[in-house]
Design a protein around this ligand. Structure first.
Ligand code: NCD
Length: 331
């Protein structure tokens, strides 16, 4: 069995052999990713997974510090970034809104300029769309967009894609059904954009009328190199039998200006074992969800082997280990 040192060496070699530019990347949008870049990330992430399963981690990022700056709640994204850094021998400085100078009125770019002095890489989550991209001109060190309002969530989309590839063995020629709040959910915006890189994808969006996929995302799909087919449906059970992937999202309560509108839509979509049965979901399809869920996937689905959402969240740590290592040590 390989030792921690062996894995450290293997990762160093794998990272050095990458052809695309990684070091210092400011990861704002999945549109910065080509198929080649995705392949490089996934190869390193697979090694990370194997290493964690075997020897827990290594000292590849010893001496490096990540700053996690989160102005919105987070369990998976924040903790997986932190675990990723610790597993690679690095350390983490965390900034939370209640206890930081943003409470005194400090701007986001000033907060980040400060954290850049202390850390080697920053991951930032903020409720306003466009806020994370807007700080890029002020920063010199690598940056990870950990979610900007209803905008993008690129690291989530990358771990989603890694999960699809790990579970189904391919990304091409798949039918992906997205269900839920497609207007406000940033994970589906990023995943749809990322899928536009691949061949023969059919994307079927199922949502309440007022929560459809925004035009700006559809425009990107229209220009996709692989010729993604896009359609919108209102009834999940009519299209469920086509799905290789069913990607469920929650109603984004915090993005609703009108609480009544939220209450009206709450419970208007969701799946259970019965729904999978009635919709004749394929035997080898997978159900994904970025989590948290708030009722849109019944617990009775959890024991179904097609429920991939817990494996998906575990993959988040491996892919984030890959991103941290490549953005700090890559070519
Ligand atoms: C998502 C997010 O924050 O956008 N969660 C996550 O990062 N895993 C999805 C959500 O909050 O609905």
């Amino acid at each position: 069995m390989s030792s921690r040192e062996d894995y450290g060496k293997k990762l160093e070699e794998q990272i050095a052999s990458c052809k695309t530019e990684w070091r210092g990347l400011k990861l704002i949008s999945v549109e910065q990713f080509s198929c080649e870049k995705i392949d490089e990330l996934f190869a390193v992430s697979r090694t990370m997974k194997e290493m964690v399963k075997g020897v827990k981690g290594c000292d590849l990022l010893k001496g490096y510090i990540l700053s996690n700056i989160f102005f919105e709640p987070s369990t998976r994204t924040m903790c997986s970034f932190e675990s990723a850094m610790y597993r690679l021998g690095g350390q983490v400085v965390r900034v939370l809104p209640g206890s930081s100078s943003s409470k005194k009125g400090e701007t986001l770019d000033d907060t980040l300029r400060c954290l850049e002095c202390y850390a080697d890489i920053c991951a930032v989550r903020h409720p306003i769309k466009g806020s994370v991209p807007s700080v890029v001109p002020y920063l010199t060190k690598p940056l990870l967009n950990a979610g900007d309002g209803t905008g993008e969530h690129p690291t989530q989309a990358l771990l989603d894609l890694f999960t699809i590839q790990s579970e189904l063995g391919t990304i091409n020629n798949l039918t992906i059904v997205m269900l839920g709040d497609l207007k406000n959910g940033r994970t589906v915006h990023s995943l749809a954009r990322l899928l536009a890189n691949f061949e023969g994808i059919s994307l079927i969006c199922v949502s309440p009328d007022s929560l459809k996929m925004p035009d700006e995302v559809k425009d990107v799909l229209g220009k996709s190199s692989g010729g993604i087919t896009f359609s919108e449906e209102s009834n999940l059970e009519e299209v469920l039998n086509l799905a290789d992937v069913l990607y469920v999202t929650r109603l984004q309560k915090e993005r609703f200006a009108d609480p009544e509108e939220y209450s009206k839509l709450h419970g208007s979509f969701g799946i259970s074992k019965q729904v999978l049965l009635r919709g004749q979901a394929k035997k080898n399809m997978i159900v994904m969800h970025p989590l948290p869920r708030v009722g849109e996937i019944d617990k009775d689905v959890d024991s179904d082997p097609r429920a991939a959402y817990f494996r998906q969240m575990e993959n988040g740590m491996y892919v984030r280990m890959g991103l941290l290592a490549l953005m700090l040590l890559g070519p």
